[in-house]
Design a protein around this ligand. Structure first.
Ligand code: PEP
Length: 247
């Protein structure tokens, strides 16, 4: 089984999302893979209502780590739980780069999500410049070690990880299967080493311009446990082709 999780970012209206969930429910019903969708905060109540009794897992794309207080514009884990939220994307490169999220903030968010029974999708990835300077592993290790500070061993399987090279996100230029595999193996080994484990069922997804054309090549690699999908998750007709991936 592979994990296929859509990240809608700031796209689709309520009207469009209603049709989307109606169609996606039919696709998910017959799917043998895990299907997830992360929507903007305002549509979480709609996701809660429409995905009930379906095979669609749903969530959001960010959250704050404090319980409550003077944090204008932010949303807490408790608020998400009011709508039975399951997934939360954390540390996405758009949050890190456009909204100045630091490794420390991502770490606090991961801890808060786990404490509240939410499933974090922790995103890590290097920029093109870092890759060209052969810094990829160093960057991935720093992001992972920092994000997992204080996370208990037994919680590692309660979260998803996503390797998302910044240069591949929204660019139409996906990583090759070889590049994605190498980074994902490195991520898995780094986590195992950090916890002194020899084996664990870690789920590490690939994200970055994954679409109907390249999905078979990339997901056929056993080390790649699934995909975090932006653009290609916005239309059910396309997302369906990824969801129906078969080995
Ligand atoms: C993402 O935003 O996580 C992502 C992978 O986007 P895209 O598929 O559009 O590159």
């Amino acid at each position: 089984m592979k994990y296929l999780i859509g990240n809608h970012k700031m796209n689709l209206s309520e009207k469009e999302l209603k049709v989307y969930f109606k169609d996606l429910k039919k696709v998910a019903k017959n799917a043998s893979n895990y299907v997830g969708v992360c929507v903007p905060f305002v549509y979480l109540p709609l996701a809660n209502k429409m995905c009930k009794c379906s095979k669609i897992h749903y969530g959001v794309q960010n959250m704050h780590y404090e319980k409550q207080g003077a944090f204008t514009g932010e949303v807490s884990a408790n608020m998400l739980k009011d709508y039975n939220c399951e997934l939360v994307v954390l540390g996405h490169s758009e949050r890190r780069n456009l909204f100045f999220e630091t490794d420390e903030m991502v770490n606090k968010k991961v801890l808060c999500a786990l404490e509240n029974g939410l499933t974090p999708i922790l995103c890590v990835g290097e920029t093109l410049e870092q890759r060209e300077q052969k810094q990829t592993n160093k960057v991935l290790k720093k992001q992972i070690v920092s994000a997992l500070n204080g996370v208990k061993k037994e919680d590692l399987t309660k979260m998803f990880f996503a390797y998302e090279p910044v240069w591949a996100i929204g660019t139409g230029k996906s990583a090759t299967c070889e590049i994605a595999k190498k980074a994902i193996v490195f991520i898995k080994q780094t986590i195992l080493k950090l916890y002194g484990l020899t084996d664990e069922n870690l789920v590490v997804l690939y994200g970055g311009s994954l679409n109907a054309k390249n999905v078979n090549e990339i997901l056929s690699e056993p080390e790649i446990d699934g995909g975090l999908i932006g653009g290609a998750s916005l239309k059910v007709q396309e997302f369906e082709k990824l969801i129906n991936f078969k080995n």
